[in-house]
Design a protein around this ligand. Structure first.
Ligand SMILES: [Zn+2]
Length: 281
């Protein structure tokens, strides 16, 4: 299961989305050795970003970027309009029991592709949990009551989002009830139960309209063309210095953690406007 599915709780002004990723998630972390609890945070953030991207009708590109003064320096997740996702985290060593992040900010970027179609909302990191930080973002930036339930394991990630429908009057009490029900879902259920069985089980008594599932794929975007354009940006002096020592130009993609190596012939080809096949190091 690598898909996201939107739904409506009919008649009460609440919309939702359900995401479950398995191979796509494993591809995000394949070559990284993140500590287990950072991997969990990354997984929760990937699930949340896909939920955000899928919930907007305009099908924007969405990214979330967390920068903290704690050991986690940067967490960046990007999801395209056709639900191709990539993500990475950069961290330093931390003391035992120290939370990964504190005293920083969370930026949510929504790119609608058109003129004036870029929106960035920034909120302080109000909690050590990404779901609570995102809920604070929605309260402050969009004034839309929103709840996330995010689950992340080594193998799979899953998430459930509930949100008040914009422009529709709704009952606060009803939203709280639905949010409480959403919290009852177990990691196992969220990971493996089909949506048409899972949602009625969670939201007992609600009339649920389920929309078609959309596939979510991993796409790192470190294509030969993109890598060649990075080499061209280095400038002649730096390239000359790298080809002298260590004797090649190496580029490591921070998202997938692969390293690509170009020798002087490859670099000459790139400078002629060609795109040689990457040599994986
Ligand atoms: Zn990559």
């Amino acid at each position: 299961m690598n898909e996201v599915q939107s739904f409506l709780l009919e008649g009460c002004g609440i919309r939702g989305a359900l995401v479950r990723l398995e191979e796509t998630w494993q591809q995000v972390i394949a070559l990284h050795t993140y500590p287990p609890d950072l991997k969990r945070l990354l997984g929760e953030s990937v699930a949340a970003t896909v939920l955000l991207a899928s919930s907007l009708k305009a099908r924007p590109r969405v990214s979330i970027q967390l920068q903290s003064e704690g050991p986690l320096k940067l967490l960046l997740i990007q999801c395209t309009e056709d639900l191709r996702v990539r993500g990475m985290a950069q961290c330093e060593a931390r003391a035992l029991g120290e939370p990964w992040f504190s005293g920083g900010r969370l930026a949510v970027n929504v790119d609608m592709h058109g003129p004036n179609g870029f929106f960035q909302g920034i909120v302080p990191l109000v909690s050590p949990h990404i779901d609570e930080c995102l809920e604070a973002y929605f309260t402050q930036s969009e004034q839309l009551p929103t709840r996330f339930v995010l689950k992340s394991t080594e193998r799979r990630i899953g998430g459930l989002m509930l949100q008040a429908l914009p422009g529709v009057s709704f009952d606060d009490e009803n939203f709280r009830t639905a949010a409480t029900l959403a919290q009852t879902v177990s990691t196992e259920e969220l990971a493996s139960t089909a949506a048409d069985a899972l949602l009625p089980r969670i939201f007992t008594g609600y009339d649920i309209r389920l929309f078609e599932a959309r596939p979510v794929l991993h796409d790192c975007r470190c294509t030969p063309d993109h890598l060649a354009s990075i080499v061209r940006l280095l400038g002649e002096d730096e390239i000359e210095s790298l080809l002298g020592d260590p004797g090649c130009v190496e580029i490591t993609c921070e998202f997938c953690n692969r390293t690509f190596r170009y020798d002087d012939e490859d670099v000459a080809a790139i400078m002629r406007g060609e795109t040689p096949a990457q040599l994986l190091h």
